[in-house]
Ligand binder design. Structure first.
Ligand SMILES: C[S@@+](CC[C@H](N)C(=O)[O-])C[C@H]1O[C@@H](n2cnc3c(N)ncnc32)[C@H](O)[C@@H]1O
Length: 421
């Protein structure tokens, strides 16, 4: 079984501990049964010589869970950036966007809906979308969706862009033609090599399934595909991974957006001259990282739950949860966690502090500790929206779909009005 896990990690990046080795074992056992094999050694041999079986295994093992307007603040931020910055800066041409991985299409179609609904003309943007799963891409091309793809409370977009049929909600052709699907393995050299030069890339909820080496490899590839002033959107638990790999926060709250720091690293005279002008607004100003805050040593949290931060000790970090939230939005989760721990010591229990501690543990793959913090946050504040969403996402990742559903239903009820989009 270990050799099969290793093969999956090397070929598609899937890191067994991220989804639980038992999940891979279950899938492999089912595949072996369907091929009439009893020994995993024989199955490994079959995998090595049969592309058909290899593809079948990949299709069974990938997690294609997605829905429309997942993390809606990211889509709202994208629409604002295109409308307020990109279009005024480039009077002609198309803004280029990439959704990778796109799974069954909900993400790239949400990008298209967000842009069209914001008033971006359809001939001013081009969206590429890629995934390793042929099955997911076929669904994406069919663009027919069931209720599971619509999880928000505000589903007005469904009335605008879909036709309701007996077989499900069918996306209108005007929207479908905005998105161009490709099959690609992000870890294979040369994927999408003829494209590139993207202004905006969404790579959400993929890195969490990879080990550190494959996370870095993927982030380097994304950096090459992004133009110097481009923006990368990642998943909530992936921001710190991007920051560690040299991205900097784009300072767009709850959007989990970052930019490359390439421009900052180069002497002013040698900065690249793209064939089209950079946006008028000076991105460099916003690229400047805020003054760094270092963590406070954790003392009073129960053993095993204390967050071990690696940065140098701070002189006087403000023990302020808003500040901790801002650090978390920038992906500086260990610093945010240290502030939360100090806050708990100084002011006692707090749902927000536990939520941020959960997020920090979540980001480093410490699922059970993260769950414990989320549980504490909800005990104190059963309607804590961000905790409900994050814990749902963690449960889903761990295969606990029943808990994920319950938490998402509660999140929908608890959603603050300002976040409804
Ligand atoms: C959880 S979905 C994320 C979809 C969407 N980005 C979102 O956040 O809702 C993860 C997707 O990653 C795809 N995937 C996994 N490994 C991949 C790889 N090596 N290259 C490209 N796509 C991959 C899977 O097929 C799956 O559709």
């Amino acid at each position: 079984m270990n050799s099969i896990e290793q093969l999956l990690r090397q070929s598609i990046g899937l890191h067994a501990p991220a989804i639980g080795p038992a999940s891979i074992e279950r899938v492999v056992n089912a595949r072996m049964q369907s091929r009439g094999l009893k020994r995993s050694e024989d199955y490994l041999e079959l995998l090595k010589k049969s592309p058909v079986e290899w593809n079948a295994l990949v299709e069974s093992v990938v997690i294609t869970e997605t829905w429309f307007f997942r993390e809606p603040q990211a889509l709202a931020a994208l629409a604002r950036l295109v409308l307020n910055e990109w279009l005024p800066a480039y009077p002609t041409g198309r803004v280029r966007l990439l959704s990778l991985p796109c799974a069954s299409g909900e993400e790239p179609y949400s990008m298209a809906m967000a842009l069209l609904d914001a008033g971006v003309p359809p001939d001013r943007f081009h969206i590429d979308a890629a995934d390793i799963s042929a099955r997911a891409l076929i669904s994406a091309e069919q663009a027919r969706y069931g209720r599971n793809s619509f999880r928000g409370q505000d589903l007005a977009f469904r009335d605008r862009h879909f036709q309701s049929t007996r077989e499900g909600y069918v996306l209108k052709p005007a929207l479908r033609k905005q998105v161009h699907f490709h099959q690609a393995n992000v870890l294979e050299a040369g994927w999408l090599k003829e494209t590139g030069g993207y202004d905006f890339i969404f790579c959400r909820n993929l890195l969490i399934y990879f080990d550190r080496a494959n996370q870095q490899k993927t982030l380097q590839a994304l950096r090459r595909l992004l133009i110097p002033s481009g923006v990368l959107f990642v998943g909530p638990a992936e921001m710190s991974l991007a920051i560690v790999s040299g991205f900097v926060s784009a300072n767009l709250p709850l959007s989990f957006a970052c930019r490359t720091d390439d421009l900052l690293k180069q002497p002013v005279k040698q900065r690249p001259r793209p064939d089209r002008p950079l946006p008028k607004r000076n991105h460099l100003e916003r690229l400047t990282a805020p003054a760094s805050i270092s963590p406070v040593a954790a003392r009073k949290l129960p053993a095993g739950l204390a967050f071990t931060a690696s940065a140098a000790p701070a002189e006087n970090p403000p023990v302020d949860l808003d500040h901790a939230q801002r650090l978390a939005d920038e992906g500086r989760l260990s610093e945010a966690a240290a502030i939360c721990e100090a806050h708990l010591r100084q002011f006692g229990v707090s749902a927000q502090a536990y939520y941020l501690l959960g997020l920090a543990r979540d980001a480093v793959g410490a699922a059970s500790q993260a769950g414990e913090f989320y549980r504490r946050a909800l005990y104190l504040d059963p309607g804590h929206y961000q905790t409900l969403v994050q814990w749902a996402s963690l449960s889903e990742k761990n295969g606990d779909t029943a808990r994920a559903r319950i938490l998402l239903t509660r999140a929908e009820r608890a959603k603050p009005t300002a976040l409804e989009s």
